[in-house]
Ligand binder design. Structure first.
Ligand code: GAP
Length: 643
């Protein structure tokens, strides 16, 4: 990762945001090459998901929306991470991400200012039984050492404890008190007590004590504990929920009535605009709405470069489908997921008998194929099917597509089957209907036999009732509403279910950069092998598609011809013109930028060898092969690779 992060900065892929002010944690900027790479990826996603399909329409919504949207979606109440702070350094952790540790925990009951310990011991010691006297004397010795240290008195200077106390009182105006707080420190074994004691002393200093004598409580062995700071062993605060949404105020008055949120996902705008898109796009279910845009999450611990950022972009599709009961009414059956798995071919066309399982499987496959098409081989990806206990309560299934990052195999995209939860929630919160009318369903239903009608109605009713009661509707109200919804189904009305492939642009860019990074050997200008860094981006996403080089910059005829070639290609792709330095160096610079093709204009181009007039060398970044190509053939040849 270090090499990748440094290349990203050196070559202008990714910079730390606000770097000249020391940066801001969790925010990243894309430099010239990164900006091109990102645009290419988003454009390809958009083209694949919307323009090349009949059944997906696009949307571009605002980042700040009505705050009720986030109430309806559940983000206001539940979009939080458990967070805890180190009691010593105040560093913040996500409680569930703390590396589990084992060892010995030393508990401390409290600490008392050394000056107070000494003065009280003077009165106390004569009254103590012999056994306790020894212990107390040891504590006094410790207090003397601490006090000397705090007052800057040399360790070996012999000085009356009472004079030390007087000096302390003179300097601080008090003898001091106890802190009144217990504390604990985790260390690896019993022999590390002195370290635990030093950490505890630092903690009590933070509580305002100058020379704290710590009082030991018990100790215990712990296994896989997440209650301590892995960096210093200090106890952490109890985990508490921390809402990840960034809050702001709309208008001039900063009060609770004007609170708004920066969207934590692009998806909700799609649900909120579902009816408008449906009515204006002439789509009918099944169909999808796609959106690409910024999302913001005040992550507790942003990390792994851009992987977990606080400002990032998402590419989300909400694909709306019929509930399975409607599919069964129309098609007579619902295809099972195992049937789909068997029949799925790269060109499988959606079928009328596809229920949510089939659509879900279809989108998982589509998304993996997309990744392959931009250069992430299937072998770099993994599918993780969430276990039932990991699923959100409304989700039927969720597959995470994982990429093997250098820091671990981690989520790139989630593909969730979200039932009719989202549109149902917006209907309840807005009071506006979010359902659709399906003529085909109405006609098909009328032809069903009574047994089938009863069976489908029962299943549909049960699902609606379950959803409504889960959302807190009183049983009576839920029953009434679920009955109405079921009656609506028989007339062709329902709230669509959703399959949601949700990808992060920045994570994908990071995956593409990690996947592209390679080191190998290449010949320099004299033919000697030297090591090179090469970014093997797929030509479709490469920031620069082709570099054009005149062999020598001081030969006007070569420069003129090279510029002609540049201008020929430029309207169709990103071209980088470079005349500076030895040709080998120029190749190397483009290898690092991930430019898949290099075109060199030499004396043969100008006709030095007559049969090579108007030809150029075309160098392939990966094979380093150089072909002689006619200028006239250059554009079609390159277009075939980069589109
Ligand atoms: N609408 C569903 C949704 O937002 P998510 O799993 O929370 O689901 C979807 O996010 C994708 O967004 C993730 O798979 C990831 O690629 C990206 N993402 C989420 N949080 C991110 C963060 N803090 N930084 C970068 N990307 C993030």
């Amino acid at each position: 990762m270090e090499k990748i992060v440094s290349l990203c900065k050196r070559r202008g892929f990714i910079f730390q945001s606000s770097e000249i002010y020391g940066g801001i944690n969790g925010f990243w900027d894309y430099g010239p090459l990164g900006a091109e790479l990102k645009r290419n990826v988003k454009e390809l996603w958009w083209r694949t998901m919307t323009q090349q399909r009949d059944d997906v329409a696009g949307l571009e919504a605002t980042i700040i929306m009505h705050p009720q949207i986030w109430k309806a979606s559940g983000h206001v109440d539940t979009f939080s991470d458990p967070m805890c702070d180190c009691l010593l350094t105040k560093k913040r952790f996500r409680a569930d991400q703390i590396e589990p540790q084992s060892g010995v925990v030393f508990h401390f009951i409290d600490a008392i200012e050394a000056a107070k310990v000494i003065s009280e011991a003077n009165d106390l010691i004569p009254k103590l039984p012999d056994g306790e006297k020894q212990e107390t004397l040891k504590t006094v010795e410790k207090a003397v050492r601490l006090l000397k240290n705090a007052l800057g008195v040399a360790k070996d200077e012999i000085i009356e404890p009472s004079r030390l106390v007087a000096a302390f009182v003179q300097k601080y105006g008090r003898k001091g008190n106890s802190s009144g707080r217990p504390y604990s420190v985790l260390v690896s074994n019993e022999s590390e007590f002195p370290r635990a004691e030093r950490v505890a002393q630092d903690f009590y200093r933070l509580q305002g004590l100058v020379a704290p004598v710590v009082f030991r409580g018990g100790s215990e062995r712990v296994q896989n504990s997440q209650r301590f700071n892995p960096e210093n062993g200090s106890l952490l605060t109890e985990p508490r929920p921390f809402n990840l949404m960034f809050k702001t105020y709309v208008g001039p008055v900063a009060d609770e009535e004007n609170v708004a949120y920066l969207r934590p996902e692009t998806a909700q705008a799609i649900f909120a605009q579902f009816k408008n898109v449906l009515e204006t796009s002439r789509q009918k279910v099944p169909f999808g709405i796609a959106q690409v845009g910024k999302a913001f999450r005040n992550e507790v611990t942003p990390r792994n470069f851009t992987f977990r950022s606080r400002e990032f972009e998402q590419m989300e599709l909400e694909f709306f489908i019929r509930p399975d009961e409607a599919v069964e009414a129309v098609a007579g059956r619902v295809a099972s997921s195992s049937e789909i798995a068997r029949s799925q071919s790269p060109t499988a066309d959606p079928q009328p008998d596809w229920g949510w399982e089939a659509w879900h499987k279809y989108w998982v496959e589509e998304r993996i194929r997309f990744y392959e098409s931009i250069g992430l081989p299937r072998t770099t990806l993994e599918e993780y099917w969430q276990k039932p206990e990991e699923l959100a309560h409304y989700a039927r299934a969720c597959v995470d597509i994982l990429f093997k990052f250098p820091f671990g195999t981690q989520e790139l995209e989630g593909i969730a089957a979200r039932s009719d939860f989202d549109l149902s929630q917006h209907q309840r919160f807005s009071g506006k209907p979010t359902g659709v009318f399906d003529e085909e369903l109405k006609n098909a239903w009328a032809k069903l036999d009574e047994g089938k009608k009863a069976d489908l109605s029962k299943r549909f009713y049960e699902a609606r009732f379950k959803y409504l009661t889960r959302m807190g509707e009183p049983a009576e109200q839920a029953e009434k509403q679920a009955r109405e919804d079921t009656a609506g189904l028989a007339k062709g009305n329902f709230i669509p279910h959703v399959i949601e492939p949700s990808a992060g642009v920045d994570r994908l860019i990071l995956a593409l950069i990690c996947n592209a990074y390679a080191e190998d050997q290449a010949p320099d200008d004299k033919g000697n092998m030297e090591s090179r860094v090469v970014m093997r981006f797929h030509p479709r996403i490469a920031p620069i598609k082709v570099a054009v080089f005149p062999l020598l910059k001081n030969k006007p005829e070569l420069v003129k011809k090279a510029k002609e070639v540049r201008d020929l290609l430029r309207p169709h792709m990103t071209v980088f013109y470079d005349e500076a330095g030895a040709i080998g160096r120029r190749y190397r610079r483009q290898d690092e930028a991930g430019t898949p093709f290099g075109v060199t204009i030499d004396f043969d181009t100008l006709g030095e060898t007559p049969e090579l007039l108007n030809t150029v060398t075309l160098r392939d970044r990966d094979t380093m092969r150089q072909d002689r190509v006619k200028i006239d053939d250059l554009l079609p040849r390159l277009l075939a690779k980069v589109r």
